[in-house]
Design a binder for this molecule. Structure first.
Ligand code: ZN
Length: 133
């Protein structure tokens, strides 16, 4: 894995959280994007080489809605950038990590992504992401 690409933070409302993170990081939100298949609306901030991704649920069945109800707002996942997502998925599956999707899917910010179930990663939801060519 190349680096931490971003940290995902679950929030109740982007409209209130975006200004908070703009002040905190002293940098403007450079992109917002809805990922309909995941039921999330996202907002991105650059922090040096990495990013912060805020996630708001777009409907009550969204994994983010469930997360916020169960655990409240907070760090939701860590995303690692990989060079070849399919090779990395194969490598991790062979080691016994549980992949939440069998093939890479479209994520926000022009990425192919795959999530690993937190039960095989010490309670941390892990995202693999590869920049789309
Ligand atoms: Zn993410």
């Amino acid at each position: 894995m190349m680096k931490i690409e971003h940290l995902g933070i679950a929030v109740k409302e982007l409209t209130t959280s975006i200004p908070v993170f703009e002040q905190l990081l002293n940098t403007p939100c450079y992109k917002t994007e809805i990922v309909e298949s995941e039921g999330v609306s996202t907002a991105f901030f650059k922090t040096g080489d990495s990013k912060i991704e805020l996630l708001e649920a777009t409907n009550e069945h969204s994994p983010i809605a469930k997360y916020v109800v169960k655990k409240g707002e907070g760090i939701h996942h860590i995303a690692f950038e990989v060079e070849n997502i399919e090779a990395e998925m194969k490598r991790l599956a062979a080691l016994g990590f549980e992949l939440l999707n069998e093939t890479p899917k479209n994520g926000a910010d022009n990425k192919l992504v795959c999530f690993l179930h937190p039960k095989t990663t010490n309670g941390v939801l892990i995202e693999l992401c590869q920049e789309k060519p």
